[in-house]
Design a protein around this ligand. Structure first.
Ligand SMILES: [Zn+2]
Ligand SMILES: [Zn+2]
Length: 193
């Protein structure tokens, strides 16, 4: 288990993700259009997305994360009415966490929010899932680049992973791991509009 420093690109927002290990943080690459649109909206496609449009995310619970500095910079957007909360920092438009909502203990941290001296492979292990590959960019700029390998790859969102996420959500809900929650007030409203 390790604590991982979180930091936006300009350094105004800082935080920490606690008790991180390959078993408590699921490392996933998502190629879905929403994740791509989010990165493009923030003008961060160049460093958030890989050559095929994939976003590397590690999935943890809100209780593992504390924003220690610059919390007032956090904003969120939803790409659709029922979409997930996609947090980012106002200062430098760094993605700062994807959440389903205040009640569910699910938090996806995009790799660009990890402090620069973190070694992904060491603390998170290999990429376990590569999902929504049907939306991947077919012809990357540099044709020599190969799509990053994952233990399991799927054109859509695989049922097996869905079941794992829901099972974990259920257990973590019982364990109250949606709290403390750095992104939502105790009444369930987001900390920013
Ligand atoms: Zn910043
Ligand atoms: Zn996605």
């Amino acid at each position: 288990m390790a604590d991982i420093g979180l930091e936006c690109t300009c350094g105004k927002v800082k935080g920490v993700a606690r008790n991180i290990s390959p078993s408590t943080a699921r490392r996933v690459i998502c190629y879905c259009e929403d994740c791509q649109n989010f990165a493009r909206k923030l003008n961060r496609a160049d460093d958030v997305l890989n050559a095929f449009g994939g976003t590397e995310i590690f999935q943890i619970t809100p209780s593992q994360v504390e924003i220690t500095q610059g919390q007032d910079q956090l904003r969120y957007l939803k790409l659709s009415e029922k979409g997930i909360y996609r947090w980012y920092t106002d200062c430098c438009k760094t993605p700062a966490g994807n959440m389903i909502g205040p009640k569910l203990p699910f938090l996806g941290i995009v790799h660009t929010f990890m402090g620069k001296d973190n070694a992904c492979d060491k603390s998170l292990g290999p990429v376990r899932y590569s999902v929504m590959e049907q939306d991947a960019i077919k012809s990357p700029v540099t044709s020599s680049t190969e799509m990053p390998k994952a233990e399991s790859s799927a054109p859509k969102f695989p049922i097996s992973l869905m079941i794992k996420i829901f099972a974990r959500l259920f257990l973590d809900s019982l364990g109250g791991k949606n709290k403390p929650n750095t992104y939502f007030k105790s009444d369930g409203t987001p900390i920013s509009d």
